[in-house]
Design a protein around this ligand. Structure first.
Ligand code: ADP
Length: 197
């Protein structure tokens, strides 16, 4: 069983890399942002609640996010491991996750931080705005998301570094270059088995 958390600023390419890692290891990529967006486009109650925050670049409240993740981790496909993309995002969420995993008897194997500088992520998000029309990819909202990332999410890196779980990967360059760096880290992980075939 391989359990990984993917960290990095908005626009770092977490979603793209998450898919590749998940494919390589044969585990599901669980993206809280993607779950919210699916619910928003389907107009569910969860989606309507989430949109109030996401469209302003704020975090969706823990009372909504934590139970959603808990339910997702209980699904059958997550029993062979998982990659979390976009969760946890705050120290509070990291503590909640720690308790959830303890209850499930699951150990965390790796926290992978994709490091990209702010000018580069803004450029990438502006490009994504043209392609995907995400409601939170407007420049003022992006700037705010980066600020929130710096204040609330970055401190988590220290929390995981203290537990010897953190690996930082350079997120600059092409998608393939970043994947290669990530795969090198995965290959060095003793608990990490590649999917057969
Ligand atoms: P990005 O990495 O570009 O910020 P995501 O798809 O991960 O994009 O997240 C989009 C938005 O969804 C966030 O700005 C936030 O409003 C909400 N969101 C995602 N994950 C969480 C979380 N763990 N806690 C609270 N809100 C979240």
């Amino acid at each position: 069983m391989t359990t990984i958390i993917l960290l990095g600023p908005p626009g770092a390419g977490k979603g793209t890399q998450a898919k590749r890692i998940a494919e390589r290891l044969g585990i599901p990529a669980i993206s809280t942002g993607a779950i919210f967006r699916t619910n928003m486009s389907e107009g569910t109650e969860l989606g309507k609640q989430a949109a109030l925050y996401i469209d302003r670049g704020e975090f969706v409240p823990d009372s909504v996010t934590n139970p959603m993740v808990k339910a997702r981790l209980a699904a059958p496909d997550a029993q062979k491991g998982f990659l979390l993309d976009g969760y946890p995002r705050t120290l509070d969420q990291a503590h909640v996750l720690r308790d959830m995993l303890a209850d499930l008897g699951i150990t965390l194997n790796l926290v992978l931080e994709i490091e990209v500088d702010e000018d580069e992520v803004v450029t990438r998000m502006l490009k994504r705005a043209e392609e995907q029309h995400r409601t939170d990819d407007t420049e003022p909202v992006m700037r705010h998301r980066l600020e929130v990332y710096r204040e609330q999410t970055m401190p988590m890196a220290t929390y995981y570094a203290d537990q010897d779980l953190l690996e930082v990967v350079d997120g600059s360059g092409t998608i393939d270059e970043v994947s290669e760096r990530i795969f090198a880290v995965l290959d060095a992980l003793p608990t990490c088995e590649r999917k057969q075939g």
